[in-house]
Design a binder for this molecule. Structure first.
Ligand code: PBG
Length: 323
């Protein structure tokens, strides 16, 4: 049947009809809110590259997490800014490190809010790379041991989910084994499976002080041109024991989200990264775009592509708009 019998406009005639046949929903319960926890006391400092997002000392992080929870956001994702860095990134597995302390404090005050710990060494290494260096490049297998230690420390601090973002080969399996051997068999792994070497991380690297001191991350993060390889990464993470997969960034990689969703049937997250956030904030501030409408459209697109979970700096605003 085609026109004039079929008229697709019939179901667009009113708000109620459009709502009835809407295929994709965006709800606060789909969102994860990333936060930057900084060492020190009583700090809440705006991050210039990410308007609306702050560096938070622990007490402020607890307060911010509470606001997210009150808005119906089920989870926060923690990044740490330690007081000191070294070659190996040892601050990452310090049981009294900034992320570990923040995790305990948030879980104490908001036990029902999920705390996801990003697991990577780049915020803790003096050179800014995501692992141990050997002859100017990141030593994959030596890094696995450090990631495993960090995962155990984060899980013991009370992390509900461990999220490795380093892109070392074999890390999901290594972390799963280490957690299990420590009796942490119930701690899920959210794997940054398809993490691309992206220029859209620029504002984050300023926020997390984690830009590599030399070179770039193309030796471990994925080439932006590769979709089939992203599916291979996802399959390997499933085999190694990942519980949830992730594609990152989100908006330039909607096809990758769809492919991984179709080919794995796993719970899937997408990370709407700092540069995607900064673009819309800047365009809105310049009066070029309607912030609310464009953010809701962009995040709905990420959900429609196949993401179950959307990690976004817009989370609090969106939860407020959807009330
Ligand atoms: C750490 C990490 C990065 C991001 C999340 N975890 C930066 C990077 O890989 O350089 C980026 C997040 C964002 O841009 O919002 N490895």
């Amino acid at each position: 049947m085609s026109f004039p019998e079929t008229r697709l406009r019939r179901l667009r005639a009113s708000r109620a009809l459009r709502g009835l046949v809407r295929e994709t929903r965006l709800q606060a319960s789909d969102l994860v809110y990333p936060m930057f926890v900084a060492h020190g006391v009583d700090r809440r400092e705006p991050i210039p590259s990410m308007p609306g997002i702050d560096h938070l000392s622990i007490a402020h992080a607890v307060q911010e997490a509470g606001e997210a929870a009150a808005l119906g956001i089920p989870a926060v994702l923690l990044f740490g800014l330690p007081a000191a860095k070294d070659e190996a990134g040892s601050g990452a597995w310090d049981d009294e490190g900034v992320v570990q302390l923040a995790t305990r404090a948030i879980k104490d005050d908001h036990p029902d809010l999920l705390v996801i710990c990003d697991l990577c060494l780049c915020e803790y290494t003096s050179h800014g790379h995501c692992g141990l260096l050997r002859e100017g490049s990141v030593d994959n297998d030596a890094t696995l041991e450090l990631l495993s230690r960090t995962a155990i420390s984060q899980a013991r601090a009370g992390a509900d989910i461990i999220a490795p973002s380093d892109m070392m080969d074999g890390r999901v399996g290594a972390i799963r084994t280490a957690l299990d051997e420590d009796g942490l068999t119930d701690t899920p792994i959210l794997a940054y499976s398809a993490k691309f070497a992206s220029a859209f991380y620029g504002p984050f690297r300023e926020a997390a002080d984690s830009a590599p001191a030399f070179g770039d991350r193309r030796g471990y993060q994925m080439d932006a041109a590769n979709g089939a390889e992203a599916v291979r990464e996802a399959r390997l993470d499933v085999e190694e024991g990942a519980d949830i997969l992730m594609v990152k960034p989100a908006l330039p990689y909607l096809d990758v989200i769809r492919r991984i969703k179709d080919e794995t049937d796993m719970p899937l997250a997408a990370y709407n990264v700092s540069g995607e956030y900064a673009m819309l904030k800047a365009a809105a501030a310049a009066g070029l775009l309607d912030e609310r409408a464009t953010v809701l459209e962009a995040l709905t697109g990420i959900r429609r592509a196949g993401a179950d979970i959307v990690i976004t700096y817009h989370a609090k605003d969106v939860a407020q708009w959807l009330r």
